[in-house]
Each structure stands twice: as C-alpha cells, then as structure tokens.
Design a protein around this ligand. Structure first.
Ligand SMILES: Cc1cc2nc3c(=O)[nH]c(=O)nc-3n(C[C@H](O)[C@H](O)[C@H](O)COP(=O)(O)OP(=O)(O)OC[C@H]3O[C@@H](n4cnc5c(N)ncnc54)[C@H](O)[C@@H]3O)c2cc1C
Ligand code: FES
Length: 273
C-alpha cells in the first residue's frame, strides 16, 4: 500500500526544547515539512524509548517558514513523549509529515472562535495566527482542568484578539468548562468555530454549534497506530461510514461525525493535558 505523495518521511534536527507550563515546546528544523504544512496537520515522530515501536503523532503548533522550523507542544504522558522532551539539542529526529487534512480558511473576513482543551490548543495556535493575519476577528477559548494544564500560548496577541481561559477547578481564568464559555460567546453573533481537545469536549462543541446553526470544524486526536491510513486504529464514525482520522482528518466537519456512536474515552486515556 502506498501513502499520499505529499507525505514525506524525513529527518529533522531538534534545535530547542523549552519547558512551557506543564508542557515542553520542541522546535525542530525540518524545512520540507515546515514549508508544506498547513494549520491542523500533524507529524509522526519516531521515538527510541524501549517498547515504543510506533511513531508518535503531534499537532504542528506553528512554523517559521523562513527558517524551516516547526514547533510542537508536548505533554509528557508516557515513554515516547518523555523520550522526545529529554533529547539534547542537535539530536536528529526521524519524522513523517505533514500528515492529514488541515483546517479550512473562511473565504471572507469574519468572526472565528477557536475552542481548545489542554494541549488541543496546539492545533489551533497556528490557525489563529493565520486567521488574524488574513483579517479575521479571532477569539481563543482555552480550557483545562487546572491552571497547570492550561496550554501555554506564547504570545496571545499574535494568535487571537481575545483570549478566554477556563479551568474546571477555578485555579485560573473563569471557573467551569470551556464549552460553557463557548455558549456565552455564541450569543454575540455568527462565527466559524474550530475546536480541538478530548472527544467528549468535541462532542459538546459539535452539539452547541449545531443548535446555534454555526459551521464547526474539529481536529480529532484519536489513538493512532500507523498515522498514514493503513491500520484502521484511528477510525471515527461519520455519516459516510468510518473515516480514518489520520488521513481523512484529523480536521473534520463536526456535522459529519456520528457523535452518538463515538467510542467512550478509554479508561487509560488522556484529558489532553
Ligand atoms: C493527530 C494527533 C495530534 C496530537 N497532538 C498532540 C500534541 O500537540 N501534543 C501532545 O502532547 N500530544 C498530542 N497527541 C497525543 C500524543 O500522540 C500522545 O500523547 C503520545 O503518542 C503518547 O505517547 P507516549 O509514548 O508518551 O505515551 P503512551 O505510553 O503511548 O501512552 C500514554 C497514555 O496516553 C494515552 N494516549 C496515547 N495517545 C493518545 C491519544 N491520541 N489520545 C488520548 N490518549 C492517548 C495512552 O492510552 C496512555 O494512557 C496527538 C495525537 C494525535 C492523534
Ligand atoms: S492510524 Fe493507522 S489508519 Fe489511521
């Protein structure tokens, strides 16, 4: 089986890893990927910790096209992510990408609401910068369980005109769920909504936007095996049958997903932070 010709297996050089809240921001010189990628796509990184056969998928949180550098924001949750953030500068990394389908840019300038849970904001950070640069009004809603798990946006003013942070325990920003904040903001008028985070959050966002009659794209971060369309680990039920989130997504039209048939989160699963 072959994979899309635009996808390349390449080698990058780690040029920096910086702690950012409970995450690490890894910058990788990989000009082929940085030049070809669009917001919403991801890379699969080969990790060399014992027992980690499969490449680990990470959203592209931003690129510096001129320098040929891409940025990942990594939560340390297991052997693979721990290996990645522990690597020394100049380490050569084997990676595949850019992978998957990215977000759709609206045709006309308008209002865009970005809704992210935990590290799910990584998939939205670069999108926000692109939308702002194209003249859209961008509002970022970033939620997490606690202040420590909030996504570390580097510079809010380059990603969104307004940033609202929510925490479930009230330790930072508004107390409550990021979807509560979305309901509040939708009352201010029409918007294109983009979301990334755990599946229950995405299902809630899809329901809220459907009831409000607004268009919504979600970046689905299901467990993946091969990341290139071969193994069917990542399938999501849609109105057209099962879709592979690695190649038919990760960005999908929220109204096409059969949310009622999505598997409940695995008990060992993450809360995106
Ligand atoms: C398209 C996509 C984009 C992603 N973007 C990011 C990102 O920007 N930053 C980031 O930190 N992580 C991201 N992830 C999740 C990341 O791939 C996993 O955290 C990583 O593969 C875990 O590898 P590990 O070896 O450290 O942990 P493992 O030992 O493989 O797993 C540790 C724990 O994490 C759970 N887990 C693994 N993958 C996922 C997943 N996809 N969703 C929910 N739980 C999972 C496992 O069930 C287990 O409980 C993304 C995943 C996908 C599919
Ligand atoms: S992860 Fe293998 S088909 Fe998507």
């Amino acid at each position: 089986m072959t994979v899309d010709a635009a996808v390349s297996a390449t080698t990058g050089t780690l040029i920096a890893t910086r702690p950012a809240g409970r995450y690490h921001r890894c910058s990788i010189a990989a000009p082929d990927v940085a030049t070809a990628a669009v917001p919403g796509q991801f890379v699969a990184v080969e990790v060399q910790a014992p027992g980690t056969l499969l490449r680990r998928p990470f959203a592209i949180a931003g690129v510096d096209t001129a320098a040929g550098v891409l940025h990942l924001v990594v939560a340390t949750v297991g052997a693979g992510s721990a290996w990645l953030v522990a690597q020394a500068v100049s380490t050569r990394l084997r990676l595949t990408g850019p992978l998957g389908r990215g977000f759709t840019m609206p045709a006309d300038p308008g209002r865009c609401l970005l809704v992210g849970g935990g590290y799910g904001v990584a998939a939205l950070e670069w999108l926000g910068a692109r939308l702002l640069a194209a003249g859209h009004r961008v509002e970022l809603l970033s939620g997490a369980a606690t202040a420590q798990a909030l996504y570390p946006v580097t510079r809010h003013d380059t990603v969104a005109g307004t940033v609202v942070e929510t925490t479930e325990d009230g330790s930072s920003g508004q107390r409550g769920l990021v979807t509560d904040a979305l309901g509040d903001r939708l009352r201010d008028g029409d918007a294109m909504v983009y979301a990334c985070g755990p599946m229950p959050m995405l299902a809630a966002v899809a329901g809220i936007t459907r009831r409000a009659g607004m268009t919504c794209e979600v970046a689905v971060e299901e467990h993946m095996g091969c990341s290139v369309g071969v193994c069917m680990t990542c399938v999501v039920p849609t109105v057209h049958g099962y879709a592979r989130s690695c190649i038919d997504g990760p960005v999908m039209d929220a109204s096409r997903i059969r949310w009622e048939s999505v598997d409940p989160p695995r008990e060992d699963g993450l809360r995106h932070g």
